[in-house]
Design a protein around this ligand. Sequence first.
Ligand SMILES: Cc1ncc(COP(=O)(O)O)c(C=O)c1O
Length: 466
Amino acid sequence: MHVVAATALLGQASSLRGAAVPCNAKAANSKSRPRVCRVLATAAAEKQAEAGTFADDFTKEIVEEEKKYILQTYARPDIVFTNGEGARMWDAHGKEYLDFSAGIAVNALGHGDPRWLEAVTEQAGVLSHVSNLFHTAPQVKLAKRLVESSFADRVFYANTGTEANEAAIKFARKYAKVKAGLDPYNADTALECATEIVSFTGSFHGRTMGSLALTYKDQYKTPFQPVMPGSVMVPYMDLEAARGVIKKGKTAAVFVEPIQGEGGINPASQEFLQGLRQLCDEADALLVFDEVQVGLGRTGKLWGHEHHGVSPDMMSLAKPLAGGLPIGAVLLKEHVAAVMAPGDHGSTFAGNPLVCHAACTVFDIISDPEFLAGVTRKGELLRSGLRAALEGNPHVQEVRGLGLICGVQLDQMAGPLVTAARDRGIIVITAGKGDIVRLVPPLVVSEEEIEKCCKVLGEVAKEVLK
Ligand SMILES: Cc1ncc(COP(=O)(O)O)c(C=O)c1O
Protein backbone atom coordinates (compact mmCIF):
# COMPACT_ATOMS: atom_id res chain seq x y z
CA MET A 1 0.00 0.00 0.00
CA HIS A 2 1.15 3.51 -0.73
CA VAL A 3 2.15 6.01 1.91
CA VAL A 4 -0.28 8.58 0.51
CA ALA A 5 -3.10 6.06 0.77
CA ALA A 6 -2.02 5.25 4.27
CA THR A 7 -2.05 8.85 5.30
CA ALA A 8 -5.49 9.38 3.77
CA LEU A 9 -6.95 6.35 5.49
CA LEU A 10 -5.37 7.19 8.79
CA GLY A 11 -6.57 10.76 8.48
CA GLN A 12 -10.10 9.46 7.88
CA ALA A 13 -9.83 7.10 10.80
CA SER A 14 -8.62 9.79 13.16
CA SER A 15 -11.39 12.20 12.13
CA LEU A 16 -13.91 9.45 12.88
CA ARG A 17 -12.30 8.91 16.25
CA GLY A 18 -12.73 12.60 16.93
CA ALA A 19 -16.41 12.53 15.84
CA ALA A 20 -17.39 9.98 18.47
CA VAL A 21 -16.57 12.30 21.34
CA PRO A 22 -18.93 15.25 20.71
CA CYS A 23 -21.69 12.78 19.87
CA ASN A 24 -21.36 11.08 23.24
CA ALA A 25 -21.26 14.41 24.99
CA LYS A 26 -24.48 15.61 23.40
CA ALA A 27 -26.33 12.32 23.83
CA ALA A 28 -27.54 13.10 27.34
CA ASN A 29 -29.81 15.87 26.00
CA SER A 30 -31.85 13.82 23.55
CA LYS A 31 -33.96 10.69 23.66
CA SER A 32 -33.29 9.67 20.08
CA ARG A 33 -29.59 10.45 20.13
CA PRO A 34 -28.27 7.52 22.16
CA ARG A 35 -29.31 5.12 19.40
CA VAL A 36 -27.76 7.34 16.71
CA CYS A 37 -24.67 7.62 18.82
CA ARG A 38 -24.45 3.87 19.23
CA VAL A 39 -24.69 3.46 15.47
CA LEU A 40 -22.07 6.11 14.89
CA ALA A 41 -19.88 4.76 17.66
CA THR A 42 -20.08 1.29 16.14
CA ALA A 43 -19.21 2.72 12.74
CA ALA A 44 -16.35 4.64 14.30
CA ALA A 45 -15.13 1.52 16.11
CA GLU A 46 -15.26 -0.43 12.87
CA LYS A 47 -13.31 2.29 11.12
CA GLN A 48 -10.87 2.36 13.99
CA ALA A 49 -10.41 -1.39 13.76
CA GLU A 50 -9.96 -1.02 10.02
CA ALA A 51 -7.45 1.77 10.55
CA GLY A 52 -5.72 -0.34 13.20
CA THR A 53 -5.36 -3.24 10.80
CA PHE A 54 -4.21 -0.85 8.15
CA ALA A 55 -1.66 0.72 10.53
CA ASP A 56 -0.37 -2.77 11.38
CA ASP A 57 0.04 -3.61 7.69
CA PHE A 58 1.53 -0.21 6.91
CA THR A 59 4.04 -0.45 9.76
CA LYS A 60 4.95 -4.01 8.85
CA GLU A 61 5.50 -3.07 5.23
CA ILE A 62 7.68 -0.06 6.01
CA VAL A 63 9.73 -2.02 8.55
CA GLU A 64 10.20 -4.98 6.18
CA GLU A 65 11.07 -2.80 3.21
CA GLU A 66 13.47 -0.75 5.31
CA LYS A 67 15.28 -4.00 6.07
CA LYS A 68 15.26 -4.92 2.40
CA TYR A 69 16.24 -1.63 0.77
CA ILE A 70 18.18 0.40 3.33
CA LEU A 71 21.71 -0.33 4.43
CA GLN A 72 21.40 -1.80 7.89
CA THR A 73 23.47 0.64 9.93
CA TYR A 74 20.71 1.62 12.36
CA ALA A 75 18.95 -0.57 14.92
CA ARG A 76 15.42 0.86 15.04
CA PRO A 77 12.27 -0.21 16.85
CA ASP A 78 9.28 -1.28 14.74
CA ILE A 79 7.63 2.13 14.93
CA VAL A 80 6.83 4.36 11.98
CA PHE A 81 6.35 8.01 12.87
CA THR A 82 3.91 9.85 10.67
CA ASN A 83 3.46 13.32 12.16
CA GLY A 84 4.48 15.68 14.91
CA GLU A 85 3.54 18.92 16.57
CA GLY A 86 5.65 20.76 19.11
CA ALA A 87 7.16 18.17 21.45
CA ARG A 88 4.64 15.49 20.46
CA MET A 89 4.80 12.87 17.72
CA TRP A 90 2.40 10.21 16.52
CA ASP A 91 3.11 6.85 14.99
CA ALA A 92 1.12 5.13 12.25
CA HIS A 93 -1.28 3.76 14.86
CA GLY A 94 -2.01 7.26 16.12
CA LYS A 95 -0.17 6.54 19.36
CA GLU A 96 1.11 9.75 20.90
CA TYR A 97 4.67 10.20 22.15
CA LEU A 98 6.43 12.99 23.98
CA ASP A 99 9.63 13.52 22.05
CA PHE A 100 12.44 14.12 24.54
CA SER A 101 15.05 13.30 21.89
CA ALA A 102 14.16 16.02 19.34
CA GLY A 103 15.78 13.96 16.60
CA ILE A 104 19.01 13.88 18.67
CA ALA A 105 18.94 17.53 19.76
CA VAL A 106 17.92 18.84 16.35
CA ASN A 107 14.29 19.96 16.46
CA ALA A 108 14.83 22.91 18.77
CA LEU A 109 11.46 24.43 17.83
CA GLY A 110 9.77 21.05 17.96
CA HIS A 111 7.82 19.57 15.10
CA GLY A 112 6.00 21.75 12.60
CA ASP A 113 6.60 25.12 14.21
CA PRO A 114 4.42 27.52 12.17
CA ARG A 115 7.11 30.22 11.98
CA TRP A 116 9.65 27.70 10.72
CA LEU A 117 7.12 26.23 8.30
CA GLU A 118 6.36 29.67 6.94
CA ALA A 119 10.06 30.42 6.45
CA VAL A 120 10.65 27.11 4.67
CA THR A 121 7.65 27.39 2.36
CA GLU A 122 8.28 31.06 1.68
CA GLN A 123 11.88 30.43 0.61
CA ALA A 124 11.14 27.14 -1.17
CA GLY A 125 8.68 28.99 -3.36
CA VAL A 126 11.27 31.57 -4.33
CA LEU A 127 14.73 30.00 -4.50
CA SER A 128 15.97 26.91 -2.73
CA HIS A 129 19.40 26.17 -4.17
CA VAL A 130 21.94 27.76 -6.47
CA SER A 131 25.28 26.34 -5.18
CA ASN A 132 28.10 28.44 -3.82
CA LEU A 133 29.10 29.68 -7.24
CA PHE A 134 26.86 32.70 -6.68
CA HIS A 135 25.75 35.07 -3.94
CA THR A 136 22.43 34.57 -2.17
CA ALA A 137 21.02 36.77 0.57
CA PRO A 138 19.90 34.23 3.24
CA GLN A 139 23.38 32.81 3.80
CA VAL A 140 24.79 36.29 4.34
CA LYS A 141 21.93 37.21 6.68
CA LEU A 142 22.51 34.09 8.76
CA ALA A 143 26.28 34.59 8.83
CA LYS A 144 25.77 38.16 10.05
CA ARG A 145 23.59 36.92 12.89
CA LEU A 146 26.09 34.21 13.86
CA VAL A 147 29.06 36.58 13.79
CA GLU A 148 27.35 39.40 15.62
CA SER A 149 26.20 37.07 18.39
CA SER A 150 29.50 35.26 18.96
CA PHE A 151 33.29 35.46 19.29
CA ALA A 152 33.63 34.82 15.55
CA ASP A 153 34.44 37.03 12.58
CA ARG A 154 33.41 34.70 9.78
CA VAL A 155 31.32 31.65 8.96
CA PHE A 156 31.89 28.65 6.74
CA TYR A 157 28.83 26.56 5.91
CA ALA A 158 28.65 22.77 5.85
CA ASN A 159 25.73 20.33 5.87
CA THR A 160 26.25 18.29 9.03
CA GLY A 161 28.18 18.28 12.27
CA THR A 162 30.87 15.95 11.07
CA GLU A 163 31.39 18.07 7.99
CA ALA A 164 31.74 21.19 10.08
CA ASN A 165 34.42 19.45 12.16
CA GLU A 166 36.09 18.13 9.04
CA ALA A 167 36.28 21.68 7.74
CA ALA A 168 37.71 22.92 11.04
CA ILE A 169 40.42 20.23 10.86
CA LYS A 170 41.37 21.44 7.39
CA PHE A 171 41.42 25.07 8.48
CA ALA A 172 43.67 24.16 11.42
CA ARG A 173 46.06 22.22 9.24
CA LYS A 174 46.41 25.07 6.77
CA TYR A 175 46.70 27.62 9.55
CA ALA A 176 49.64 25.69 11.00
CA LYS A 177 51.43 25.67 7.64
CA VAL A 178 50.96 29.36 7.06
CA LYS A 179 51.92 30.16 10.65
CA ALA A 180 55.14 28.14 10.15
CA GLY A 181 55.95 30.25 7.10
CA LEU A 182 55.52 27.34 4.69
CA ASP A 183 54.00 27.47 1.25
CA PRO A 184 50.81 25.49 1.94
CA TYR A 185 50.63 24.32 -1.66
CA ASN A 186 54.15 22.84 -1.66
CA ALA A 187 53.73 19.12 -1.07
CA ASP A 188 57.44 18.70 -0.17
CA THR A 189 57.15 20.78 2.99
CA ALA A 190 53.63 19.75 3.92
CA LEU A 191 54.65 17.95 7.10
CA GLU A 192 57.28 20.41 8.34
CA CYS A 193 54.90 22.05 10.78
CA ALA A 194 52.35 21.27 13.46
CA THR A 195 49.84 18.70 12.18
CA GLU A 196 48.54 16.90 15.27
CA ILE A 197 44.97 17.32 16.42
CA VAL A 198 44.20 16.66 20.08
CA SER A 199 40.81 15.48 21.31
CA PHE A 200 39.43 13.90 24.48
CA THR A 201 38.07 10.68 25.87
CA GLY A 202 34.28 10.57 25.75
CA SER A 203 34.20 12.89 22.75
CA PHE A 204 31.99 12.55 19.72
CA HIS A 205 32.89 14.65 16.70
CA GLY A 206 31.34 12.69 13.85
CA ARG A 207 31.75 9.76 11.50
CA THR A 208 33.84 11.00 8.57
CA MET A 209 37.50 9.99 8.57
CA GLY A 210 38.85 13.16 10.19
CA SER A 211 36.13 13.71 12.77
CA LEU A 212 36.12 9.98 13.43
CA ALA A 213 39.80 10.07 14.28
CA LEU A 214 38.94 12.63 16.98
CA THR A 215 35.99 10.59 18.27
CA TYR A 216 36.52 8.48 21.36
CA LYS A 217 34.70 5.19 20.88
CA ASP A 218 36.86 2.56 19.22
CA GLN A 219 33.84 0.63 17.98
CA TYR A 220 33.05 3.52 15.61
CA LYS A 221 36.62 3.57 14.28
CA THR A 222 38.12 0.12 14.33
CA PRO A 223 36.33 -1.38 11.29
CA PHE A 224 37.45 1.55 9.18
CA GLN A 225 41.06 1.96 10.21
CA PRO A 226 43.22 3.69 9.26
CA VAL A 227 41.30 6.87 9.99
CA MET A 228 43.00 10.29 9.72
CA PRO A 229 46.56 10.03 11.02
CA GLY A 230 47.95 12.56 13.46
CA SER A 231 45.28 12.56 16.13
CA VAL A 232 45.94 12.24 19.85
CA MET A 233 43.38 11.35 22.52
CA VAL A 234 43.73 12.73 26.06
CA PRO A 235 41.56 12.05 29.15
CA TYR A 236 38.73 14.61 29.34
CA MET A 237 39.21 17.15 32.11
CA ASP A 238 42.83 16.10 32.68
CA LEU A 239 44.72 19.33 32.14
CA GLU A 240 48.06 17.83 33.09
CA ALA A 241 47.70 15.12 30.46
CA ALA A 242 46.77 17.81 27.94
CA ARG A 243 49.86 19.79 28.93
CA GLY A 244 51.91 16.72 28.16
CA VAL A 245 50.80 16.57 24.52
CA ILE A 246 49.93 20.12 23.43
CA LYS A 247 53.26 21.30 22.06
CA LYS A 248 54.46 24.12 19.83
CA GLY A 249 55.36 22.93 16.34
CA LYS A 250 53.48 19.69 16.95
CA THR A 251 49.87 20.51 17.83
CA ALA A 252 47.74 22.18 15.16
CA ALA A 253 44.47 22.21 17.11
CA VAL A 254 42.61 20.98 20.17
CA PHE A 255 38.98 19.92 19.73
CA VAL A 256 36.76 19.85 22.77
CA GLU A 257 33.04 19.80 23.56
CA PRO A 258 32.33 22.32 26.34
CA ILE A 259 29.64 19.86 27.41
CA GLN A 260 29.96 16.34 26.06
CA GLY A 261 26.65 15.09 24.69
CA GLU A 262 27.04 11.58 23.30
CA GLY A 263 29.87 11.03 25.80
CA GLY A 264 27.43 11.26 28.71
CA ILE A 265 26.31 14.87 29.38
CA ASN A 266 29.65 15.81 30.90
CA PRO A 267 30.19 19.56 31.33
CA ALA A 268 33.83 20.67 31.21
CA SER A 269 35.01 22.80 34.10
CA GLN A 270 35.96 26.42 33.62
CA GLU A 271 39.52 25.64 34.78
CA PHE A 272 39.85 22.91 32.17
CA LEU A 273 38.72 25.10 29.27
CA GLN A 274 40.73 28.06 30.52
CA GLY A 275 43.76 25.79 30.85
CA LEU A 276 43.29 24.52 27.30
CA ARG A 277 42.99 28.10 26.06
CA GLN A 278 46.31 28.94 27.70
CA LEU A 279 48.05 25.80 26.43
CA CYS A 280 46.84 26.49 22.89
CA ASP A 281 48.01 30.09 23.05
CA GLU A 282 51.45 29.01 24.27
CA ALA A 283 51.72 26.35 21.54
CA ASP A 284 50.28 28.46 18.68
CA ALA A 285 47.57 25.80 18.39
CA LEU A 286 43.93 26.53 17.66
CA LEU A 287 41.24 25.86 20.23
CA VAL A 288 38.09 24.44 18.61
CA PHE A 289 34.82 24.07 20.49
CA ASP A 290 32.47 21.48 19.09
CA GLU A 291 29.02 22.84 19.88
CA VAL A 292 27.20 20.72 17.34
CA GLN A 293 24.94 19.40 20.11
CA VAL A 294 24.94 22.16 22.73
CA GLY A 295 25.19 25.29 20.58
CA LEU A 296 22.26 27.60 19.90
CA GLY A 297 20.43 27.71 23.16
CA ARG A 298 20.33 24.13 24.37
CA THR A 299 22.16 24.96 27.59
CA GLY A 300 20.15 28.12 28.28
CA LYS A 301 22.88 30.32 26.82
CA LEU A 302 23.16 30.96 23.12
CA TRP A 303 26.56 29.24 23.02
CA GLY A 304 27.50 26.51 25.47
CA HIS A 305 30.95 27.97 26.17
CA GLU A 306 29.37 31.17 27.52
CA HIS A 307 28.96 29.23 30.77
CA HIS A 308 32.74 29.04 31.02
CA GLY A 309 33.83 32.48 29.87
CA VAL A 310 36.41 31.04 27.45
CA SER A 311 36.43 31.74 23.72
CA PRO A 312 37.71 29.41 21.02
CA ASP A 313 39.38 30.18 17.70
CA MET A 314 36.75 28.11 15.91
CA MET A 315 33.40 26.59 16.82
CA SER A 316 31.43 23.95 14.94
CA LEU A 317 27.64 24.04 14.90
CA ALA A 318 24.97 21.92 13.25
CA LYS A 319 22.03 20.06 14.72
CA PRO A 320 19.44 22.72 15.75
CA LEU A 321 20.61 25.51 13.51
CA ALA A 322 18.01 25.11 10.75
CA GLY A 323 15.31 23.53 12.93
CA GLY A 324 15.48 20.13 11.23
CA LEU A 325 16.94 20.91 7.82
CA PRO A 326 20.52 19.71 7.32
CA ILE A 327 23.11 22.35 8.11
CA GLY A 328 26.56 22.68 9.61
CA ALA A 329 28.73 25.70 10.21
CA VAL A 330 32.19 26.63 11.38
CA LEU A 331 32.54 29.98 13.09
CA LEU A 332 36.10 31.33 12.88
CA LYS A 333 38.24 34.15 14.19
CA GLU A 334 39.80 36.34 11.54
CA HIS A 335 43.37 35.07 12.09
CA VAL A 336 42.21 31.60 11.02
CA ALA A 337 39.89 32.84 8.28
CA ALA A 338 42.74 34.84 6.77
CA VAL A 339 44.69 31.72 5.74
CA MET A 340 41.89 30.30 3.61
CA ALA A 341 41.66 31.16 -0.06
CA PRO A 342 39.03 30.57 -2.77
CA GLY A 343 39.10 26.93 -3.83
CA ASP A 344 40.59 25.67 -0.54
CA HIS A 345 37.34 24.15 0.65
CA GLY A 346 33.74 24.05 -0.46
CA SER A 347 30.43 22.26 -0.65
CA THR A 348 27.68 22.05 -3.25
CA PHE A 349 24.71 22.21 -0.91
CA ALA A 350 26.07 24.07 2.09
CA GLY A 351 24.47 27.36 3.02
CA ASN A 352 21.74 27.16 0.44
CA PRO A 353 19.00 29.78 0.61
CA LEU A 354 16.32 27.38 1.81
CA VAL A 355 18.29 26.11 4.77
CA CYS A 356 19.72 29.51 5.69
CA HIS A 357 16.38 31.30 5.53
CA ALA A 358 14.90 28.67 7.86
CA ALA A 359 17.97 29.01 10.10
CA CYS A 360 17.53 32.80 10.34
CA THR A 361 14.03 32.21 11.72
CA VAL A 362 15.28 29.59 14.17
CA PHE A 363 18.10 31.88 15.26
CA ASP A 364 15.81 34.88 15.79
CA ILE A 365 13.46 32.85 17.99
CA ILE A 366 16.14 31.13 20.07
CA SER A 367 18.45 34.12 20.54
CA ASP A 368 15.71 36.10 22.28
CA PRO A 369 16.91 36.42 25.93
CA GLU A 370 13.43 35.54 27.18
CA PHE A 371 13.44 32.33 25.17
CA LEU A 372 16.87 31.44 26.57
CA ALA A 373 15.71 32.20 30.11
CA GLY A 374 12.82 29.81 29.46
CA VAL A 375 15.29 27.07 28.47
CA THR A 376 17.18 27.59 31.73
CA ARG A 377 13.98 27.54 33.78
CA LYS A 378 12.62 24.45 32.03
CA GLY A 379 16.00 22.71 32.36
CA GLU A 380 15.92 23.25 36.11
CA LEU A 381 12.35 21.99 36.22
CA LEU A 382 13.37 18.90 34.27
CA ARG A 383 16.26 18.09 36.58
CA SER A 384 14.39 18.79 39.80
CA GLY A 385 11.39 16.83 38.47
CA LEU A 386 13.57 13.88 37.55
CA ARG A 387 15.37 13.95 40.90
CA ALA A 388 12.04 13.94 42.72
CA ALA A 389 10.55 11.20 40.53
CA LEU A 390 13.65 9.00 40.79
CA GLU A 391 14.38 9.69 44.44
CA GLY A 392 15.17 6.61 46.43
CA ASN A 393 15.75 4.49 43.34
CA PRO A 394 19.06 2.78 44.21
CA HIS A 395 19.96 2.34 40.53
CA VAL A 396 19.96 6.06 39.74
CA GLN A 397 23.33 7.59 40.53
CA GLU A 398 23.03 11.14 39.26
CA VAL A 399 20.84 13.55 37.33
CA ARG A 400 23.00 16.17 35.60
CA GLY A 401 23.08 18.66 32.77
CA LEU A 402 22.66 22.28 31.80
CA GLY A 403 19.54 23.84 30.37
CA LEU A 404 17.67 21.28 28.29
CA ILE A 405 20.45 18.74 27.90
CA CYS A 406 20.07 16.33 30.73
CA GLY A 407 21.56 12.95 31.66
CA VAL A 408 20.42 10.35 34.16
CA GLN A 409 23.36 8.19 35.20
CA LEU A 410 22.34 4.61 35.99
CA ASP A 411 24.29 1.76 37.53
CA GLN A 412 23.30 -0.40 34.56
CA MET A 413 22.56 -0.20 30.86
CA ALA A 414 19.77 2.26 30.05
CA GLY A 415 18.37 0.39 27.03
CA PRO A 416 15.54 -1.43 28.87
CA LEU A 417 14.44 1.81 30.56
CA VAL A 418 14.49 3.68 27.24
CA THR A 419 12.39 0.93 25.62
CA ALA A 420 9.90 0.81 28.50
CA ALA A 421 9.59 4.61 28.47
CA ARG A 422 8.92 4.53 24.74
CA ASP A 423 6.20 1.95 25.26
CA ARG A 424 4.67 4.43 27.69
CA GLY A 425 4.93 7.21 25.10
CA ILE A 426 8.12 8.97 26.20
CA ILE A 427 11.04 9.09 23.78
CA VAL A 428 14.45 9.38 25.40
CA ILE A 429 17.82 8.14 24.18
CA THR A 430 21.04 6.82 25.68
CA ALA A 431 24.50 8.30 26.05
CA GLY A 432 27.91 7.44 27.47
CA LYS A 433 28.60 3.72 27.70
CA GLY A 434 24.88 3.16 27.27
CA ASP A 435 24.33 3.61 31.00
CA ILE A 436 22.97 7.13 30.77
CA VAL A 437 19.47 8.24 29.79
CA ARG A 438 19.80 11.35 27.65
CA LEU A 439 17.00 13.89 27.50
CA VAL A 440 17.27 16.61 24.85
CA PRO A 441 13.68 17.74 24.24
CA PRO A 442 12.69 20.50 21.84
CA LEU A 443 13.50 23.82 23.47
CA VAL A 444 9.81 24.72 23.15
CA VAL A 445 8.75 21.82 25.37
CA SER A 446 6.10 22.89 27.89
CA GLU A 447 6.29 22.61 31.67
CA GLU A 448 3.34 20.17 31.64
CA GLU A 449 5.18 17.97 29.15
CA ILE A 450 8.27 18.02 31.37
CA GLU A 451 6.20 17.05 34.39
CA LYS A 452 4.59 14.19 32.48
CA CYS A 453 7.97 12.94 31.28
CA CYS A 454 9.39 12.97 34.82
CA LYS A 455 6.35 11.15 36.22
CA VAL A 456 6.46 8.40 33.59
CA LEU A 457 10.23 7.96 33.84
CA GLY A 458 9.94 7.67 37.63
CA GLU A 459 7.29 4.95 37.28
CA VAL A 460 9.13 3.11 34.53
CA ALA A 461 12.41 3.25 36.46
CA LYS A 462 10.70 1.54 39.42
CA GLU A 463 9.43 -1.23 37.18
CA VAL A 464 12.50 -1.79 35.01
CA LEU A 465 15.65 -1.06 37.01
CA LYS A 466 16.68 -4.12 39.00
C1 LIG B 1 29.21 17.09 19.59
C2 LIG B 1 28.92 16.48 18.25
N1 LIG B 1 29.75 16.72 17.24
C3 LIG B 1 29.53 16.21 16.02
C4 LIG B 1 28.46 15.42 15.76
C5 LIG B 1 28.24 14.86 14.39
O1 LIG B 1 27.15 15.49 13.81
P1 LIG B 1 26.44 14.85 12.51
O2 LIG B 1 25.77 13.61 12.96
O3 LIG B 1 25.50 15.92 12.06
O4 LIG B 1 27.52 14.60 11.53
C6 LIG B 1 27.56 15.14 16.79
C7 LIG B 1 26.40 14.25 16.57
O5 LIG B 1 25.79 13.72 17.45
C8 LIG B 1 27.79 15.68 18.07
O6 LIG B 1 26.97 15.45 19.10
